[in-house]
Design a binder for this molecule. Structure first.
Ligand SMILES: [Zn+2]
Length: 379
């Protein structure tokens, strides 16, 4: 009897336990679909307690990324990206200052100086040597004065050191008086900042040289066109050994003397045939002015007056002192009438190319001329 009861009890216990197990399997199998997993995976999953854990995770994973990643993405890039952009290009600029050669230094200086239409601001100074220098603080000679007119105005070479302008303002009425002319015709002085010129002038670079024509000033004010086209007469004969009596007059001697007489004048350059005539007419004159009149190439239609270095120009290089004589010695002019000068030798082989002399560059001029070139202009 007790054994049956115990057996029944045991059987009913097993039944109850089995029912509970079945019920658990059914609840577990219903939960997974919420996790979004494929429906096919639900069926094969055995009735274990594990599948219940992955289910809660997907929702937070989906909910968090949209909420947190955007702000992080917005803040980080703007703060960190610009920095590397700046640091990359900076190493490059330091390479440029290493270039010490200014490309301007190798250009012909005549082009650089001819391009300057105005003088520099500041103190007037003649810099360097007459054929290798420049001019600071240049002053313009008015193109028309009471007793002078400037020729070739379009060249813009009526600029000089103030000493030269003062000399011309004083010389013009003086020359007019001593010759009986209305006045003088003035050729080239210097460019606004001096320096080499595009034409054949070798000097005229420091604002201390001026060409003055062997021609009386007309009584009317010349037009710009006349000033550009009228040519100065050649006072030397075709053989280059004597004067042309049609163009040469005694007034020309008075004209030259009026220039050479001035204490600030260093040299007056004339053609050798003119010097020869001066020696013939004025040879006994030993008061000094004859010594300043020296023969040079060209100068058959104008005199070239060169002033001494001004006191205010410490960088002006003086010309070697004149020989003590008057330049009228027995053989003094022989060289100038030699075949070497009058009939320069032609090249032995006609095909030999003539190499033109190298144009002066900025590097050939005094360093101060580079400053003159870049200095602000005086309007
Ligand atoms: Zn000259």
């Amino acid at each position: 009897m007790f054994t049956r009861v115990a057996t029944l009890f045991a059987l009913s216990f097993v039944f109850v336990a089995g029912s509970i197990a079945v019920a658990q399997r059914m609840t577990v199998a219903q939960a997974p679909p919420a996790a979004g997993e494929p429906a096919t995976s639900v069926a094969p999953i055995p009735a274990t307690p594990q599948p219940a854990e992955p289910a809660p995770q997907p929702p937070p994973v989906v909910a968090e990324p949209p909420a947190q990643t955007p702000p992080a993405a917005v803040i980080a890039p703007p703060a960190q990206k610009p920095a590397p952009v700046v640091t990359v290009p900076t190493p490059m600029p330091p390479a440029k200052p290493a270039i010490t050669q200014d490309p301007k230094d190798s250009l012909p200086a005549k082009l650089l100086f001819a391009a300057k239409q105005l003088p520099t601001l500041g103190k007037a100074m003649a810099i360097g040597y007459y054929p290798r220098g420049c001019l600071s603080g240049g002053v313009e000679l008015p193109v028309t004065g009471p007793t002078w007119q400037v020729m070739r105005v379009s060249r813009n070479r009526n600029w000089g050191h103030p000493d030269l302008i003062r000399f011309l303002e004083k010389f013009a009425p003086r020359a007019a008086k001593s010759t009986g002319w209305k006045g003088i015709l003035v050729g080239d002085l210097a460019q606004p900042r001096g320096g080499p010129t595009p034409s054949d002038h070798k000097s005229h670079q420091t604002g201390l040289d001026v060409d003055i024509w062997f021609m009386p000033m007309p009584s009317h004010v010349l037009s710009k066109d006349e000033r550009d086209k009228i040519a100065a007469p050649n006072v030397v004969a075709d053989n280059w050994k004597e004067l042309n009596p049609k163009n040469w007059t005694p007034q020309h001697i008075a004209f030259i003397k009026a220039a050479a007489d001035q204490p600030e004048v260093e040299r007056v350059l004339v053609n050798a045939a003119i010097k020869q005539e001066l020696c013939r007419v004025e040879g006994k004159n030993k008061d000094g002015w004859m010594s300043k009149v020296r023969p040079w190439y060209g100068h058959h239609d104008h005199i070239h007056v060169r002033l001494k270095c001004p006191a205010d120009s410490p960088n002006c290089r003086a010309q070697p002192p004149l020989p003590g004589d008057d330049g009228c010695g027995k053989n003094a002019l022989d060289y100038w009438f030699s075949d070497k000068v009058l009939r320069p030798q032609k090249p032995t082989t006609p095909t030999t190319p003539k190499t033109p002399p190298k144009a002066l560059t900025l590097a050939d001029l005094p360093p101060a001329c580079k400053t003159v070139l870049s200095a602000p202009a005086r309007e």
